[in-house]
Design a protein around this ligand. Structure first.
Ligand SMILES: [Ca+2]
Ligand SMILES: [Ca+2]
Ligand SMILES: [Ca+2]
Length: 146
């Protein structure tokens, strides 16, 4: 009974977000932009939506995000201290999925923001580049997902 009430609730919730292009996966909703912006402007857009640039916490989440098959900003940066990668929620990077040879500050450029590339590997990139982005809105996990 309890489970069914929650399920109905999450279905209508899910439906509402799906209508607006959000996809649900294990406790979070995800949104990929249809336009391109700088990392900072992308982050602002996510914050305005009550979300954040996506924070990839696990292999499962990485696999889910790579299914978009698009080059897009994620919520990872080394803008504060070069070489020290931090997520936008302030947590340090532990599990990473860099494309081979990355991060590389390509040709000495100051690449401080991170994109997931269309085949899933991460790449550091100049933050002023304009690409798509992915927002994550974290919800409390449903009781049977804990
Ligand atoms: Ca996440
Ligand atoms: Ca850098
Ligand atoms: Ca790079």
């Amino acid at each position: 009974m309890f489970k069914r009430i929650f399920h109905n609730f999450s279905n209508s919730f899910n439906f509402h977000y799906s209508q607006e292009g959000w996809r649900y996966f294990y406790g979070s909703f995800y949104y990929i932009s249809s336009i391109k912006r700088t990392w900072e402007a992308s982050r602002d857009d996510c914050l305005q939506k009550g979300a954040e640039l996506v924070i990839i916490n696990s292999q499962e989440e990485q696999e889910f995000i790579r299914q978009y098959k698009k080059s897009a900003w994620i919520g990872l940066t080394d803008r504060v201290t070069e070489g020290v990668w931090k997520w936008v929620d302030g947590t340090p990077l532990t599990t990473s999925f860099w494309r081979s040879g990355e991060p590389n500050n390509y040709y000495g450029r100051n690449e401080d923001c991170v994109e997931i590339t269309n085949n899933g590997g991460w790449n550091d990139l100049v933050c002023e580049n304009e690409i798509n982005w992915i927002c994550e809105k974290k919800m409390a996990p449903l009781p049977w997902e804990r």
